[in-house]
Design a protein around this ligand. Structure first.
Ligand code: DGL
Length: 271
């Protein structure tokens, strides 16, 4: 039986998962929430499948024991496409993953050509091949690994102004591929990327791309899924303040505090 005080747990390597977290909060403002960032392990996009899978399972196991969440959201595409099945096999609570929004992109594109930006580890996964085969039949999905976007997204949340070169290089990697000029939709297949969507749109214009690009991510679908999975459960009258947990040093997150407060994360702990 779920108790009203049991939180929803969100997990990412850094602040990327806030793009998912924010949507879920909008739908379930009464939910107690914990946001965990694996700053000791960021970036996952450069790690092997084995490293990501073992790390994510171990950390979610520890977080579940400590905080007894009613549900966990892996708010990281890299961790989800690699470790979702493993985590589901070991934890006895519902686990919601974040996988590249290929289906919504295939429904949105008018030209039939859309892009996928993700980390290196994400875009090489068979999970992504399966999504492409299932939803993008007869269309062209151009992939590009853009690990250089993770650091600027983190910097922006610390209140810094990121260098625009990273946004141009990421968008050029997609738009300059054969048929890239026909791209009208781009899947933001890493949860850090929606945090810099405006910058990516500007970069596309700076590169002379004439079509308006629609950026899609999985946040809204995930929020609906959480609502569905928690239907009928009790929530507290007044939820406890949101808790931010880091696997890294607590000083490292001082600069993020003003941005985190805007997301309702005002309590801090280390794992
Ligand atoms: N936010 C993570 C994702 O959605 C990746 C960032 C990283 O490389 O750690 O894939």
């Amino acid at each position: 039986m779920t108790e009203a005080s049991q939180p929803l747990l969100f997990f990412d390597t850094g602040v990327g998962g806030l793009s998912v977290f924010a949507k879920a909060r909008e739908f379930l403002p009464q939910a107690p929430v914990i946001y965990a960032a694996d700053y000791a392990g960021i970036p996952y996009g450069e790690k092997s499948e084995m490293e990501v899978a073992t790390r994510v399972c171990a950390l979610l196991g520890r977080l579940s024991e400590r905080y007894r969440p009613r549900l966990a959201v892996i708010a990281c595409n890299t961790a989800s496409v690699i470790a979702l099945a493993h985590v589901r096999a070991v934890l006895g609570i519902p686990i919601v993953g974040t996988v590249p929004a290929i289906k919504p992109a295939s429904l949105a594109t008018k030209t039939g050509v859309f892009g996928l930006l993700g980390t290196k580890a994400t875009i090489r996964q068979p999970y992504v091949d399966r999504l492409e085969a299932e939803f993008a039949q007869g269309m062209t999905m151009l992939r590009h690994a853009a690990p250089e976007l993770v650091a600027p997204a983190e910097a922006k949340m610390r209140g810094e102004v990121p260098d625009p070169a990273a946004f141009r290089s990421a968008m050029a990697g997609l738009l300059y591929q054969p048929q890239g000029d026909q791209i009208d939709t781009v899947v933001l297949g890493c949860t850090h990327f929606p945090l810099v969507e405006t910058e990516l749109a500007q970069a596309a214009r700076d590169l002379g791309h004439v079509r308006e690009i629609r950026f899609v991510d999985g946040a809204e679908g995930i929020a609906h899924r959480i609502v569905h999975l928690t239907e009928g459960q009790a929530w507290p009258e007044k939820p406890a303040p949101g808790l931010f947990v880091t696997t890294g040093a607590s000083e490292q997150i001082l600069a993020y505090r003003p941005a985190l407060a805007e997301y309702g994360l005002t309590e801090f702990a280390t794992l």
